[in-house]
Write a protein that binds this ligand. Structure first.
Ligand SMILES: Nc1ncnc2c1ncn2[C@@H]1O[C@H](COP(=O)(O)OP(=O)(O)OP(=O)(O)O)[C@@H](O)[C@H]1O
Ligand SMILES: [Mg+2]
Length: 246
């Protein structure tokens, strides 16, 4: 449905031992790249788990493409995840599987495809992240650099051609140049695949370059939501502190 946001959080609250999210609202328009920023432990990964339907809020509503996720039956949640690509914090590749098998894993999980179609899709996904299939397909994750492992993680997330991509700390642990190439890759995928991207990160410098809009999580709520220009110009106290520390 045109105009329906890709992701919407409405009055979302969630507590574990302590409150993590308190009456949070967030909208990600279709085709948009939104970055959720915040210090360690503020609830960024938790927010992605809500979108994936792996966790339910104590109160409020989580919607993906207009459908309420937090009241869905398990079968519908599995169907929902077929339309989502997740790039995990750290590369989270299977160490004992080759690059080819790591990328094929998501395809086997989500779709019933013939082996030759799987091979075609794996090669296509690897090329999209600038990896040469002939060179890397039979390698093990341990044989790759950190940046290449990150690319394989992205290839795995896009192989089943999801409309929505979720990234958890895509630049963590990468050197500045590799960070730059990963940011450029996320931007290019958004353009070429016309996907919606929700990125959670503490890397404010990288996200200021990448995101259409940024949302800064602090103390269970968003201290700031807006574009890079208005974030740099914001006089909200925590936003200024967060930017100054970057
Ligand atoms: N399943 C759980 N049970 C209990 N507490 C949890 C659970 N998951 C997360 N938490 C707590 O919720 C808070 C937010 O965790 P979360 O992993 O979302 O933070 P984060 O912003 O992703 O942090 P980081 O930047 O370190 O990845 C933390 O205090 C964490 O300890
Ligand atoms: Mg996290």
């Amino acid at each position: 449905m045109p105009g329906t946001p890709a992701v919407e959080l409405r009055h979302v609250s969630l507590a574990f031992e302590r409150p993590v999210l308190r009456d949070v609202a967030l909208t990600v328009a279709t085709g948009e790249t939104v970055a959720v920023l915040g210090e360690s432990g503020t609830g960024k990964s938790t927010l992605l788990k809500l979108v994936l339907g792996l966790l339910d809020p104590d109160a409020g509503e989580v919607r993906v493409h207009g459908d309420v996720v937090n009241t869905m039956k398990q079968a519908d949640r599995l169907a929902l995840r077929r339309g989502i690509g997740m790039v995990f914090q750290g590369a989270a590749l299977f160490d004992s599987l080759t690059v080819h098998e790591n990328v094929a894993f998501a395809l086997r999980e989500h779709l019933r495809l013939a082996e030759d179609e799987i091979a075609t899709r794996v090669h296509e996904a690897l090329r999209l992240v600038d990896l040469d299939p002939a060179q890397v397909a039979d390698q093990l994750p341990a044989q790759l650099s950190g940046g290449m492992r990150k690319r394989v993680g992205v290839a795995r997330a896009i192989a089943h051609r999801p409309a929505l991509l979720l990234y958890d700390e895509p630049t963590a642990g990468l050197d500045p140049l590799t960070t730059e190439t990963v940011v450029a890759l996320i931007a290019r995928l958004q353009r070429e695949l016309r996907v919606t991207s929700l990125v959670v990160s503490h890397d404010v410098r990288a996200m200021l370059r990448l995101a259409d809009r940024l949302a800064l999580l602090h103390d269970g709520t968003f201290a700031f939501v807006g574009d890079a220009e208005s974030m740099r110009a914001s006089d909200e106290a925590y936003t200024r502190t967060f930017l100054a520390a970057a």
